[in-house]
Design a protein around this ligand. Structure first.
Ligand code: HAM
Length: 423
């Protein structure tokens, strides 16, 4: 039979890697919760319309990266490419924002984009993110950046560059788009195919072009199109970031690839990631999204970070912690006759929270003990004929190879003395 591989752009997460991801996910949860964010989970499939209206028709995501299919009733569904539209739908759909404002939510889970797979770019990837919904304040834009910053700190990551910009209000962007079109139109014949299209569909995205980077240098600057309120908002965000001790780099060209942003936008970059994948994550304010989805206008801000990319950086910097072995204790019988007594001993040890593997297979004791080493166990508990008769067990320290026979009633304490000293 031919082997069935995992689909292109997806990966299996096996135990060693799972343990490392859990370290990251726990750090994000603990950090977000220390700021009062609470966990939410939204469906992995959503109505396609949610992303068309939310993310925007002229974005790369909606134009060419969505996994879209029809359900049996002919409704168009999409594997979620991002979590902001779904989170906002979930929160505003039940008026959660009328109980507490702002609603602070965090999430983690799989997302899907049909991009050409390469290192740090997969069809299925994992994001951790937070959304702060219901209030318009520069302090909240700074707060969410601070959550991410502390999270990176908890992982021991250094060298992260925070890139920030302001996209201003919708009228500011209209003015800016016009300025960009004025600048680029005489150059249209020299533009790459993508940019020629963007000039007519989504001029802001012209600034993302790597091929026409030389032209981007000379393009008008968004800041010049911002009115007073937009500038004041951004200045306040920058002041709060500074007060929080967070260094930021102002990047006039940062526009982000999703249409729902206004005012503050930001990304976290790291040199350990290369080229187009330099971004560990990003976010910003999206006060206009609620209306696009058919809800009353509701200000909000948030971010999402790519778990696989963060792990690439953590590995490059060597901050990934050692992995806990599968078991601390291996309990084994000398012969199958002692299986029942060995199982009883294992139960007793699990009651004390020692991670315990039971081996009552019909094979030689020395092979069982070699297996203990592979599991990473520190202690072997051996039960043979004599031990069953005396209601005792042999406790062997696998590091120094010392061993003692203890009554069953003292087993837990004897094991705890060995593993407790090394935990
Ligand atoms: P985004 O910038 O599209 O923002 O994605 C955030 C992060 O997800 C990226 O920086 C990257 O680390 C990771 N990512 C995206 N696509 C892939 C991929 N194909 N393979 C691996 N990692 C990937 C958002 O998704 C917004 N929802 C962020 C946000 C939340 N804005 C406000 N609230």
């Amino acid at each position: 039979m031919p082997e069935i591989a995992a689909p292109k752009g997806t990966r299996d997460i096996l135990p060693d890697e799972f343990a490392v991801r859990r370290w990251l996910l726990d750090a994000h949860r603990v950090t977000a919760e220390s700021f009062g964010y609470r966990a939410i989970e939204t469906p992995i499939i959503e109505a396609t319309e949610l992303f068309i209206r939310g993310v925007g028709t002229d974005t790369d995501i909606v134009e060419k990266q969505m996994f879209t299919f029809e359900d049996r009733g002919g409704r168009s569904l999409t594997l979620r490419p991002e979590g902001t539209a779904g989170s906002l739908r979930a929160v505003l759909g039940v008026h959660l924002d009328q109980e507490v404002r702002p609603v602070r939510a965090h999430y983690a889970g799989p997302f899907f984009r049909a991009e050409r797979p390469q290192a740090g770019r997969q069809h299925q990837f994992t994001q951790v993110g937070i959304e702060c919904i219901g209030e318009r304040s520069p302090a909240l834009d700074a707060e969410i950046v601070e959550v991410a910053w502390r999270f990176f700190g908890a992982l021991g990551l250094t060298g992260i560059q925070l890139q920030v910009n302001s996209l201003g209000a919708p009228e500011d962007r209209t003015r800016y788009r016009a300025a960009l079109v004025d600048y680029y139109t005489p150059l249209e014949a020299t533009l790459c195919d993508d940019c020629r299209r963007r000039l007519h569909t989504n001029p802001l995205r012209l600034l993302d072009c790597k091929r026409d980077a030389g032209l981007v240098e000379g393009a008008p600057v968004l800041w010049d199109s911002l009115d007073r309120a937009g500038r004041d908002h951004f200045t306040a965000v920058m002041r709060d970031l500074e007060a929080a001790g967070i260094d930021s780099i102002r990047n006039d060209r940062l526009v982000r690839g999703l249409d729902y942003y206004g005012d503050t936008v930001f990304e976290f970059w790291h040199d350990a990631l290369q080229g187009a994948q330099s971004s560990l994550g990003g976010g910003g304010r999206y006060d206009g999204l609620a209306r696009l989805l058919g809800f009353p206008a509701t200000p909000a801000t948030g971010y999402a970070l790519g778990v696989e990319r963060i792990l690439m950086v953590a590995r490059a910097l060597g901050t990934v912690p050692g992995i806990e072995p599968a078991a601390e204790v291996l309990v084994c019988s000398v012969e199958p006759d002692q299986a029942e007594a060995a199982a009883g001993a294992a139960r007793l040890l699990r009651d004390t929270a020692a991670r315990t593997v039971l081996d009552v297979a019909d094979r030689r004791l020395d092979r069982k003990l070699r297996g203990a080493g592979r599991l990473g166990a520190r202690v072997a508990v051996i039960i043979g004929e004599n031990e069953v008769a005396a209601e005792s067990a042999v406790v062997r320290d696998l590091d120094d190879r010392s061993q003692q026979t203890v009554p069953m009633g003292d087993l837990a304490a004897a094991v705890a003395r060995i593993i407790g000293g090394r935990r």
